[in-house]
Design a protein around this ligand. Sequence first.
Ligand code: F6R
Ligand code: ZN
Length: 195
Amino acid sequence: MDLLEPFSSRVDLREGLVGTVAHRLSRRLSDLRGLFLDEQARAEMVALGDPLVYEVFVAPAPESEGHLCHGVTVLHPGRVGDEYFMTKGHYHQKSGTAEVYYGLAGTGLMILQTRWGVWRTVDIAPGTVVYVPPHWGHRSINTGEVPLVLLYAFPGDAGHDYGTIESTGFARLVVADNGHPSVVENPRYAVEIPP
Ligand code: F6R
Ligand code: ZN
């Protein structure tokens, strides 16, 4: 039996996760080609300084069965055209695995979607716990003016499928309408065909 030493990390609302952190993953706008509807606006923003959109601070829990991968996502405020900054979004590779998110700072939405086009949005703010049940793809969206900071935990053997969302998108976009978040149809959404 492999006996892992207990460990702890600390959440810092500016710095993300500090202390025992395995790695830090940064996504700039240049890493998010094709994610936003207004590709021209995205390319212009990349040329003008390529802002940091989000960072994921990962605690060193093994990515294997029995463990709980966890960490903190810091999603910065901003927009590409009318569309708020957001994460890429994914399904878990092992589809029957869930996830829990906990809002620490900022305000936003999570959009969740099944492979056959059922979608839901859930508001997230400090103190909100979001349960992402098995089989739901998920993406976080910052609709506020300050970083949206989220703690997450999911089964170590879940894995990530980014390709499906890259090809289908989510059924809805979250855009600013007179300064307020509005959930609108995604004209590029392509529903998957059930097997
Ligand atoms: C892990 C998970 C989060 C996200 C993070 C960044 O299963 O859902 O840790 O990985 O919020 O989003 P993505 O991975 O979609 O770029
Ligand atoms: Zn996930």
